[in-house]
Write a protein that binds this ligand. Sequence first.
Ligand SMILES: NC(=O)c1ccc[n+]([C@@H]2O[C@H](COP(=O)([O-])OP(=O)(O)OC[C@H]3O[C@@H](n4cnc5c(N)ncnc54)[C@H](OP(=O)(O)O)[C@@H]3O)[C@@H](O)[C@H]2O)c1
Length: 224
Amino acid sequence: MIIRSNLAITLDGKIARAGGKYQALGSPNDRNEMQRLRALSDVVIIGASTLRQHKQACLKNVPGADKPKTVLSHSFCNAVISRQLENISVNWPFFKAPNLRRILFVTTNELTKAQEKLFAKTSEIVVLKKSSRTSAAEQMIKYLESAGFSRLLVEGGGELMWDFVSHNLIDEYHVTLTPKLLGGKLSPTLVEGTGFTFKQMLSLDLTQVRQVNSELFLTYRKRS
Ligand SMILES: NC(=O)c1ccc[n+]([C@@H]2O[C@H](COP(=O)([O-])OP(=O)(O)OC[C@H]3O[C@@H](n4cnc5c(N)ncnc54)[C@H](OP(=O)(O)O)[C@@H]3O)[C@@H](O)[C@H]2O)c1
C-alpha cells in the first residue's frame, strides 16, 4: 500500500479553528492539488470530526464535469474512522454520493442493530479490534489491502494523522503552506495525538517545493 497524506496548514501549523465551521484554508490552486492527489489514490480516509465538519464525500474530479463526482462504480472509496459513529447522520451528502464505496471503521461494538441497519444501506461497517497488538491504522491498511486497494490518501484531520504518523506509516506527506495565521491554543494542527518524545521524533526528507503565488506546495518523504 502506498500511503500519502494531504492537508493545508497555516503558517502556525493549524488545520482549522477549534469547533469552528468548515472553511477551506487553501486557494483554488490547493483544491487542484487535492484533486491531483486524489487522482493518484483509490481510497481517501478522514477522521470522524472532519466528516462531522464537512459532511461531504471526498470525490474525484471527472474530466469535463463542473463539480467533483465519481462515475466508475466502486472504483473509488471513502473511509472514515470513528469510535461509534456518534453524531453522524446518514442524511449527509457523504452518504448520498452515487457510485462511491464507503467503509466506516469503528472501534466499539456498541452500534445498535437499528444504527447498523441504517449505515449498512450505504456503507460497509468494519469493527477494529481494540485489544489487538496492531494499531487501528495498521488494521485499516490490512483491511483495505485485502479489499484490493493499493493507494491510500489520508486527508486528516490531525487526530487521524497521529494514528498513521505514530507508526511511521505515511510514505509521502503533501502539505500546502498557506500564507495565513490562525492562532488558538485549541485549533487542531497537522498532527495531534499524544505526540513523540524528542528521541522518537520523525525526521523526513523534503523532496519537492513548488510556489504558486503566496502558497507553498511541499512534499516530504519518509526516511528509509
Ligand atoms: N486544513 C486541512 O487540510 C484539513 C484537513 C482535514 C480536516 N481539517 C479540519 O480538521 C478538523 C478535524 O481535525 P481533528 O484532528 O479534530 O479530528 P479528525 O482527525 O478529523 O477526527 C478525529 C475523530 O476521528 C475518530 N478517530 C480518529 N482516530 C481514531 C482511532 N484510532 N480510534 C477510533 N476513532 C478514531 C474519532 O471519532 P469519534 O469522535 O467519532 O469517535 C475522533 O474523535 C476539522 O475542523 C476539519 O475541518 C482540515
